[in-house]
Ligand binder design. Structure first.
Ligand SMILES: [Zn+2]
Ligand SMILES: [Zn+2]
Length: 400
């Protein structure tokens, strides 16, 4: 048999090539039939059916629509590595005219989670055929609702996905429309940000703009609050600690000569340190309430908590980077910048050694350049062969 004469890496590469048309077909099926966060019922059934078709026994209904499956190699107790894909789509109406265009009006796989899911199904098929060639166990996690708080990852962790058996490390990949297809990006340590939403309601006493002395002006109070909160970022944050505070909504619904009773402000606070996150939020609340109080009004400061920050375990990430260099060549492995977006894979990274890397999907020559979360997002599908094969290779590297 030919595979006997190949190295394990070559075997994985050749299986990925062989399965690539099926992986692409699965991706197109998922892309055409997207489902919103926490509603991935047909997607979960499709995933479970595909896994059963190759002889695996998936556990369904984890956190409602999550699917978990175990593939055991030799000495299954020796070590466990977890592989994660997210399955949900976004409330966006697809603008691409492609044969696999979304059949659901207003719902689209615009963040590539169809790619992650079909790729992990391909990885499952590759690994299942190589059970006698790796040590330990691979746990594949198909999770719901990456895009929606509280995040499918947090719910799956609550339901015990990181126990019985407990992965020693978790790997996840995400499409990267800014990285050319055929390339993979890594970053050690801090990578993506925590994401908290801020909702402020500033109350005063409105009235005629000509008589400010008889009013408590919430527009002026809210303006002071916005400026002062930025000073917390510049003065209380450790300079080495990346943070963003942005306000995108400021509603003072008066007119030229009418001061309103109330102003609402909405924004986002993002950072890469859980201690600073708490400290920053506490200081912001105190500052906003204090300013409003000092000016005779009041401020309600509400925080809707998002995901924690995502940290890539340095040694694990270095091992995965080295293994990727072996698989793809050094020219095809790049270093990533910090990214202040959020990602619920961060929940795993707070509990277990984790590595979240990016799969290049950009093809400028073919016009595949749109960012994630846009109606024209698409990928160069040759990334699927890379995504499925590489993840199988990285998993066995952790288990060799
Ligand atoms: Zn997204
Ligand atoms: Zn995503």
């Amino acid at each position: 048999m030919l595979v006997r004469t190949m190295s394990l890496q070559e075997t994985i590469q050749s299986l990925a090539r062989q399965y690539a048309p099926d992986i692409v077909a699965n991706r197109r099926h998922l892309h055409a039939n997207p489902e919103l966060s926490f509603h991935e019922h047909n997607t979960a059934r499709f995933v479970a059916d595909e896994l059963k078709a190759i002889g695996l026994q998936p556990q369904e209904g984890v956190a409602n629509t999550g699917v978990v499956v175990i593939i055991e190699g030799r000495n299954p107790q020796s070590r466990v590595v977890g592989l994660r894909a997210d399955m949900d789509a976004l409330p966006i109406h697809e603008a691409n005219e492609v044969p696999y265009k979304s059949k659901i009006a207003g719902v689209m796989h615009a963040c590539g989670h169809d790619v992650h899911t079909s790729s992990l199904l391909g990885t499952a098929r590759i690994l299942n055929g190589l059970r006698d060639q790796f040590e330990g166990t691979v746990k594949l996690v198909f999770q719901p609702a990456e895009e929606k708080a509280p995040g499918g990852a947090s719910l799956m962790i609550k339901e015990g996905v990181l126990e019985n058996p407990a992965p020693a490390s978790m790997l996840g990949q995400h499409v990267a429309p800014n990285v050319p297809v055929g390339k993979i990006g890594f970053r050690e340590g801090m990578y993506m940000a925590s994401t908290d939403e801020l909702y402020l309601t500033v109350r005063g006493k409105g009235g005629h703009g000509a008589m400010p002395d008889q009013l408590i002006d919430p527009v002026l109070i809210a303006s002071h609050i916005i400026v002062s909160l930025q000073q917390i970022i510049s003065r209380n944050r450790k300079p080495a600690n990346p943070s963003v505070l942005s306000f995108g909504r400021f509603i003072a619904d008066g007119v030229t000569n009418v001061i309103p009773n109330e102003v609402t402000i909405q924004g986002t606070f993002r950072c890469m340190d859980e201690e600073w996150r708490e400290d920053g939020l506490r200081r912001m609340k105190k500052m906003a309430e204090g300013i409003a109080d000092a000016m005779g009004g009041s401020c309600e400061f509400e925080v809707v908590r998002g995901y924690p920050f995502l940290k890539n375990h340095p040694e694990l990430t270095r091992r995965m980077r080295d293994a990727t260099v072996a698989y793809m060549g050094a020219d095809n492995v790049i270093d990533l910048d910090l990214w202040m977006a959020g990602e619920d894979f961060a929940f795993y990274s707070q509990v277990v050694d984790s590595c979240f890397y990016r799969l290049g999907t950009r093809n400028e020559a073919r016009g595949i350049i749109s960012g994630v979360h846009t109606p024209t997002f698409d990928i160069d599908e040759s990334a699927l062969e890379t995504g499925a094969g590489l993840m199988a290779w990285l998993a066995v590297n952790e288990l060799m």
